[in-house]
Design a protein around this ligand. Structure first.
Ligand code: GLN
Length: 299
């Protein structure tokens, strides 16, 4: 619904949009642009622009929206129409119940990666205990989502988070600070496991694992907006695993384990790379859709 107010008795009439009319208009635009979840995305964008929650939208649907917010909403809707993911527009995404800020230079955390967190916690429950002094290395930390999720469950754990991108590290540090875990993670710029020193209970990673030639075929949300450095796994998509498996063994305590996210068709290849390097006790975990998603192996 749109209604109008007269600015004065003679001046022109300015249309005013309400919360619900704006939401309706945004949803329609996204729908016409064939965006998959138009109503949800328009609502999340409106909530972000007005700094309100879902309940406010329901209760205050008839309230007029000030023009600067209407303009901002329209700009954000235009970005979504260009396939920028809604959480990049908003600038944050929930992962394991934590709000994680995402800058253009970090991979957007995916819900399926929460499976890696679950499997690590299961492993800890079987081999140590959650209150222990657990030391974890996170290689290619990006936004820091995985390591912060784990630390949020492990009160006495600490971590080293490595990334080759200083900008990603800044983002991860910021997220750690926002969640009051800055003093539990040491952030180091570097290549794979090279900057590590000492021993760890766990070495984890969500490395780049898409074949270089496949990147151009990914959804625009991914190919245009996730940083290529966080996606590109080389010619066969397996380059990161060769590095990680070759380098990580020397940093593991006994018991200790590595957990790596993998592409859904990579389980056999990653297992055979690991086998050749002498890894044993290998397992594959599935994501929420039942696809192979996590490789793990104990030392
Ligand atoms: N899972 C991501 C995707 O959907 C890829 C992330 C990665 O390469 N680590 O494309």
């Amino acid at each position: 619904m749109m209604f109008q107010i007269k600015v004065s008795s003679v001046s022109k009439v300015i249309p005013i949009e309400t919360v619900s009319s704006l939401l309706e208009r945004g949803t329609q635009k996204l729908n016409c642009g064939k965006i998959e979840t138009p109503a949800l995305d328009a609502r999340l964008i409106l909530q972000c622009v007005m700094q309100i929650d879902h309940a406010d939208i329901i209760c205050d649907g008839g309230n007029p929206v000030p023009l600067p917010w209407v303009d901002k909403f329209d700009r954000y809707i235009a970005r979504r129409l260009d396939h920028e993911p809604v959480h990049r527009i908003i600038g944050e995404r929930e992962f394991w119940g934590l709000e994680i800020e995402i800058s253009p230079l970090v991979l957007e955390p995916r819900p399926d990666t929460e499976r890696l967190v679950e499997l690590v916690l299961d492993w800890i429950d079987q081999h140590m205990n959650r209150q222990g002094d657990i030391r974890i290395a996170d290689i290619g930390t990006g936004s820091g989502a995985i390591i912060l999720a784990l630390l949020s469950e492990l009160d006495n754990a600490c971590a080293v988070a490595v990334d080759i991108s200083p900008t990603a590290l800044d983002q991860a540090k910021n997220n750690a600070k926002n969640h009051k875990m800055g003093n539990r993670v040491e952030f180091i710029e570097g290549n794979w496991c090279e900057p590590l020193s000492g021993k760890f209970d766990l070495v984890i990673s969500n490395p780049p694992y898409i074949k270089t030639t496949e990147i151009s075929r990914l959804a625009p949300e991914v190919r245009k907006y996730d940083p290529v450095i966080a996606l590109d796994g080389g010619v066969d998509g397996l380059a990161a695993y060769c590095q990680l498996l070759a380098q990580s063994a020397v940093y593991l305590k006994t018991p200790g384990a590595v957990f790596f996210e993998i592409g859904h068709e990579q389980a056999e290849s990653v297992k055979s790379i690991a086998e050749e390097m002498g890894w044993e006790n290998m397992n594959i975990g599935q994501d929420f859709a039942g696809n192979d998603r996590v490789f793990y192996a104990s030392a």
